[in-house]
Design a protein around this ligand. Structure first.
Ligand code: CLF
Ligand code: SF4
Length: 519
């Protein structure tokens, strides 16, 4: 039975580390950017009006590089790269690469030819699929022939698809020229440390130039190659995103240094992700009981690093064979067997026409948000609230509470509505009835929110949410998310100012550990 008394607050034992972390990172804020090709005012929240035209062109329909785009455009991964040349303590080879994935075995490994056919099949079925990424299940640059062959085949037949690769960076300096040769203009490097002493706690070994290295020496070689590779890429105008895994007590405070180092070398975006370390994943960290961060610990670190470098906060830690919008997974529709049986009609003009409609919808979302924000002009209240949103995409409140497998989280204040993350949850609706145990986990996941926006919700979950102090709101069904959030915040503020309600800070929330959400 659901019990509101058991809800998490900041959590004993978690308050002190969080406060310590906040103090240390507050003291070290601020980073510099070197000018140069591919080096720009950074961030996934950049817009057509705030980014240089050539950068906007690269990010406007890349769901990982643009927070706006992620509501509307899809990406796909092809699992052509099985081998890896390093060992991370958060990875078990049985599972996808944690650089770019959530735990869960890759269903199928593909040859470059199979992968190319799959790309055409997906692009023909999902016209808003704009990006092909190779992100594992091992390291793409430890499998260069398969990786580059796949990109070559796709570029020949589908030149409108953006090419993207994710790597641990060990082989980057040796392969930068080939990355340029194949017109790959988005590269993600996972950088968890710039201090080899920290690195030795994360990487037990690397295999480099026919030799195995361990401990501090291994971490030093890895770090040097990552940073050198980043510099070489940005010098060539390639947009680089840095992924970092936040490992409390190991590299959490140190990630502020990482942020400075990558910013100074021209990284466009920094994506700090929570460690996923459930014991059942069989990783070293999982087996040792190393915990991941709470939602507020992660947010505090992202906020502290934000400075003049915006952070990516909409990463879903995708599988290496993910297909669809971030947060959805349509890979089951495109198994090799199904793809081989498909009649594929790659209609470039139809794709362009569909994408133009999607762009118009995205622009309408932004215009509605600007109009609503204008209504808050002149308000000066030192209050921010978080709102959880059930959505199927398109930037609208369009999912039922019971059908949501994740909630998107927005922070709203007089400064605007800002996407700050997502929380994966178990489905509440179990085919005709609600599950109280699942309701409890949903509430734990959004416990730091004042309200939850849904397209529809039943009486039982409504009561449970109210008891937990979370306002269930269905009156914005099918409206734009950010516009609705700002309208709700305006009403909230008026109620606080009139004394009708009292604004109280919410507690912390859980980040759900990896694995698939049950469908
Ligand atoms: Fe894939 Fe990565 Fe390219 Fe995106 S994913 S290779 S940059 S196309 Fe995106 Fe997925 Fe996060 Fe990666 S949400 S794990 S950041
Ligand atoms: Fe695993 Fe990726 Fe690390 Fe290799 S780089 S060990 S595949 S997480």
């Amino acid at each position: 039975m659901f019990d509101a008394e058991q809800l998490p607050d900041a959590g004993e034992g978690q308050i002190k580390p969080l406060n310590d972390l906040l103090q240390k990172i507050a003291a070290s804020k601020g980073c510099e950017t070197k000018a140069g090709p591919g080096k720009s005012g950074c961030g996934s929240t950049g817009t057509e009006s705030t980014l240089p035209p050539e950068i906007w062109e690269k990010v406007k329909n890349h769901p990982c590089y643009s927070e706006q785009a992620h509501h509307h455009f899809a990406r796909m991964h092809v699992a052509v790269a099985p081998a890896c040349n390093i060992q991370c303590n958060y990875c078990n080879r049985k599972y996808d690469c944690a650089n770019e994935s959530r735990p869960g075995v890759v269903s199928e490994r593909l040859t470059p030819e199979q992968a190319a056919k799959k790309v055409f099949a997906v692009a023909s079925t999902i016209p808003q699929m704009t990006v092909l990424g190779i992100a594992g299940p091992g390291d793409p640059l430890a499998n260069p022939e398969k990786t580059f062959k796949t990109f070559e085949l796709v570029a020949q037949t589908a030149p409108d698809i953006k090419l993207c690769v994710s790597t641990n960076g060990l082989m980057l300096p040796k392969l930068v020229d080939r990355i340029c040769q194949y017109n790959i203009d988005h590269v993600t490097i996972t950088v968890n440390m710039v201090d080899p002493e920290v690195g030795a706690k994360i990487y037990p070994w690397i295999f480099y130039e026919h030799k195995r290295y361990t401990g501090v020496e291994a971490a030093r070689i890895l770090s040097e190659n990552q940073l050198r590779g980043l510099e070489m890429l940005t010098e060539r105008g390639i947009l680089c995103k840095i992924n970092s895994v936040m490992i409390p007590g190991v590299n959490d405070e140190h990630l502020v240094e990482v942020n400075k180092a990558v910013k100074a070398r021209g990284a466009f975006l920094h994506n700090i992700m929570p460690l996923i370390s459930a014991p059942e994943h069989g990783t070293v960290f999982g087996m040792n009981g190393q915990r991941g961060p709470t939602a507020q610990e992660l947010k505090a670190l992202q906020d502290a690093c934000e400075g003049d470098m915006n952070m990516m906060r909409h990463c879903r830690q995708c599988r290496a064979d993910a297909v669809g919008l971030l947060g959805e997974d349509r890979s089951d529709e495109f198994t090799t067997e199904k793809v081989m049986a498909m009649e594929i009609d790659y209609d470039l003009e139809a794709r362009k026409a569909y994408q133009a409609k999607v762009e118009a919808e995205r622009d309408a979302t932004q215009a509605a948000k600007a109009d609503e924000l204008a209504k808050l002009a002149g308000e000066k209240a030192d209050i921010a609230i978080q709102i959880a949103v059930a959505t199927k995409g398109n930037g609208r409140v369009n999912e039922h509470f019971g059908h949501a497998t994740e909630f998107q989280i927005y922070e709203v204040s007089t400064a605007g509505a800002k996407f700050i993350g997502h929380r994966r949850v178990d489905l509440y609706c179990q085919g005709g009835f609600g599950d109280d145990d699942k309701l409890e986990t949903v509430i734990r996941a959004i416990n730091d929110c004042a309200a939850v926006f849904v397209a529809r919700i039943g009486t039982c979950p409504k009561e449970g949410l109210l008891k937990a102090g979370i306002d269930p709101v269905d009156r914005f069904a099918h409206e734009y998310i950010e516009q609705s959030a700002l309208a709700y915040f305006k009403e909230y503020l008026e109620k606080v100012q009139s004394g009708e309600i009292e604004h109280v800070a919410r507690g912390d929330a859980d980040i759900r550990q990896g694995a698939f959400t049950a469908a």
